[in-house]
Design a protein around this ligand. Structure first.
Ligand code: PHE
Length: 335
C-alpha cells in the first residue's frame, strides 16, 4: 500500500507538469480527488491493511491529499490569472499621445526675433508689473498730462501698474547699458479695454530700440519696411503717418497694406486698405536725459509692434480672443 501512495504522488506530479490548460487541470482533479479518484480508492483499501498499520497509512494518505489539493489550487490560480489577461483586447487601436505645439503668437514672435537678430538686435526683458516711473515719467509723460489717458492703465496702487506698453524696457535697458544699444523687447502688455474681436485687456508687443551716434529716421523707415517684406512678401507696402508719443519726436504710426485685400479695401481694414501695426519715432531728448545719456551726442529710434495683430494678418485670424481661449481645435492648426 505504501508503494501505491508513493507512485500516485509521483504520477500526480508528472501529470501536473504536463497540464496545458484549465480542462486538463480539472480532469486531473477528478482523477485524484473525485469520488472514484485515487485518494478515495486508497481510503477504501485501508480496511484491508493490517490494523496496526492503519493510523500511519491514514496519515500518509491525508498528507498526500493535502499536497494534491494545494498543488491543484496553485495551478488553478495561475490559469485564472492567465484567463483574465486574455480579457485584454489586443486588437484595440493604441492611444496616440498628443504632441504639444507652439502657440501661434510664439511662432510669430520667434519669426520677428529672427529678423531683428540678423540686424544685430539682442533680446531684452522687463517686468509686467511696473512703476509709474518706468511706464510713464521716464518716458516723458508729465504728471497729470492728458497723454497718460491715451493708455487705459490698470493700476495696482497709485504708483504701481500693469505696463501698458513695452516701452518701459527702453528705460530699464538704457539705465543699465551705455550706448550703443540695439535691443528688441517682446512681452505682454495690459490695457483697460472691453474684449471684442480686435481688443483684449492684454496683448503682446515687441519694442525696438536703436541708440548710437547719428542714427536717423531713414534707418527706422528702412528697418520697418524691410520687416514688412520679410514677414508678408515683397509686394507689401508700408505707410507712415505723423503721430504723437511723449517719448519720441518726431513720432509716427505705421500701417501695412491690408493683407486680406492687398490694399483694395475690405471689411477687415474697414475699406481703407491699411492695417495699423504700431507707433515709432526718434527717441525724445528728455528720455535720454532721464537715463543719463547726453542728447547732444546720442541719437536713437524706437518702435513698437503689435504681435497679435501681425499674427492675425499672418494666419488670417479675424478675432484676437481666439489666441487666449486655449481651444485645442484652434491651437493645433499652427506649426
Ligand atoms: N509704446 C507705444 C504704444 O504702445 C508704441 C511706440 C513704441 C511708439 C516706441 C513709439 C516708439 O502705443
Amino acid at each position: 500500500m505504501e508503494n501505491s501512495i508513493d507512485s500516485i504522488k509521483n504520477n500526480f506530479l508528472d501529470e501536473l507538469n504536463s497540464v496545458r490548460n484549465a480542462q486538463d487541470l480539472e480532469s486531473l482533479r477528478i482523477k485524484h480527488l473525485g469520488r472514484k479518484g485515487t485518494i478515495q480508492e486508497l481510503y477504501s483499501k485501508l480496511k484491508d491493511a493490517d490494523p496496526a498499520d492503519r493510523p500511519g497509512l491514514g496519515k500518509e494518505i491525508n498528507a498526500l491529499r493535502t499536497i494534491i489539493e494545494a498543488e491543484l489550487n496553485e495551478a488553478k490560480s495561475r490559469y485564472a490569472v492567465r484567463k483574465s489577461r486574455q480579457k485584454v483586447d489586443l486588437t484595440l487601436p493604441g492611444r496616440t499621445p498628443s504632441v504639444g505645439r507652439k502657440h501661434p503668437l510664439t511662432l510669430v514672435q520667434e519669426e520677428i526675433k529672427k529678423y531683428f537678430s540678423r540686424l544685430g538686435f539682442s533680446v531684452a526683458d522687463g517686468p509686467d508689473v511696473e512703476t509709474d516711473f518706468f511706464n510713464f515719467a521716464a518716458l516723458n509723460f508729465p504728471e497729470n498730462h492728458p497723454a497718460r489717458a491715451m493708455q487705459d492703465t490698470l493700476f495696482i496702487t497709485e504708483n504701481i501698474l500693469l505696463r501698458t506698453h513695452t516701452s518701459p524696457v527702453q528705460i530699464r535697458t538704457m539705465m543699465e547699458q551705455k550706448p550703443p544699444v540695439r535691443i528688441i523687447a517682446p512681452g505682454r502688455v495690459y490695457r483697460r479695454d472691453t474684449p471684442d474681436a480686435s481688443h483684449s485687456p492684454f496683448f503682446h508687443q515687441i519694442e525696438g530700440l536703436f541708440v548710437d551716434k547719428r542714427v536717423s529716421f531713414g534707418h527706422l523707415r528702412a528697418v520697418i519696411q524691410e520687416f514688412a517684406r520679410y514677414m508678408f512678401g515683397a509686394d507689401i507696402h508700408v505707410r507712415f503717418r505723423p503721430s504723437f508719443f511723449p517719448f519720441t519726436e518726431p513720432s509716427m504710426e505705421y500701417d501695412f497694406n491690408c493683407i486680406f485685400c492687398r490694399g483694395k479695401g475690405c471689411k477687415v481694414c474697414k475699406y481703407t486698405g491699411w492695417i495699423e501695426i504700431s507707433g515709432a519715432g526718434m527717441v525724445h531728448p528728455n528720455v535720454f536725459r532721464a537715463v543719463g545719456y547726453d542728447p547732444d551726442v546720442i541719437t536713437g529710434y524706437a518702435f513698437g509692434m503689435g504681435v497679435d495683430r501681425i499674427a492675425m494678418l499672418k494666419y488670417n485670424i479675424d478675432d484676437i480672443r481666439l489666441f487666449f481661449e486655449n481651444d485645442m481645435r484652434f491651437l493645433s492648426q499652427f506649426n
